[in-house]
Write a protein that binds this ligand. Structure first.
Ligand code: GUN
Length: 182
């Protein structure tokens, strides 16, 4: 990854401290790892103690995969459109704003904005949920190239791809907010 968006949190919390916290308190620094979906971390925290960030992340992904398609769709639908109305009106949350900026999506030409609008609409029409790709791992060119390819997939494939991308988004947020004990 080249340039990363600055982490919104200040000092990363050591994993050992997270492991020792009461559940409600532990949710506070981690509840935003999955967009407006604190239920994932809440469930995964029951598996503490975690020895590594990847262990914590894997526990979260197990929660998602065990959740069933209705909740998985709820999770996907919790994500804002890239270059959507909320982004243009400056109404995204802090993390989403930084993520979209990291991909170069805040500095688009009129033509690129039109392309996003057209693709986003086609994607919503075809699948019934927003297009999700990890914006911090993809620049605008890669995202614009991925959209027509992703539109060719089946709905089942797209749900799987979207959940994997959501896992990547969450992992980067986790790496910003937590640190492994040394
Ligand atoms: N929607 C599509 N991609 C992303 C992303 O990387 N972050 C957020 N917050 N929303 C998205």
């Amino acid at each position: 990854m080249s340039r990363r968006a600055k982490a919104p949190t200040s000092t990363p919390l050591p994993l050992g401290r997270l492991n020792a916290m009461p559940a409600a308190e532990a949710l506070e620094p981690c509840g935003g790892f999955f967009e407006n979906s604190p239920w994932i971390v809440e469930e995964a925290l029951k598996e503490r103690p975690f020895e590594s960030l990847h262990g914590f992340h894997a526990a979260c992904m197990r929660v998602i995969h065990a959740a069933g398609v209705a909740r998985q769709l709820e999770l996907i639908r919790a994500h804002p459109d890239l270059v959507g109305r909320l982004a243009r009106e400056g109404r995204l949350g802090q993390e989403s704003t930084l993520e979209q900026a990291a991909a170069g999506l805040t500095q688009l030409t009129e033509e690129e904005i039109k392309a996003f609008e057209t693709y986003n609409a086609a994607y919503h029409d075809r699948f019934g949920f927003p297009f999700v790709i990890c914006a911090r791992r993809n620049k605008k060119e890669a995202i614009l190239a991925a959209l027509p390819q992703r539109l060719e997939q089946t709905r089942t494939e797209e749900i799987r791809t979207a959940l994997a991308e959501i896992g990547d988004i969450a992992l980067l947020r986790m790496v910003d907010a937590l640190r492994e004990d040394t």
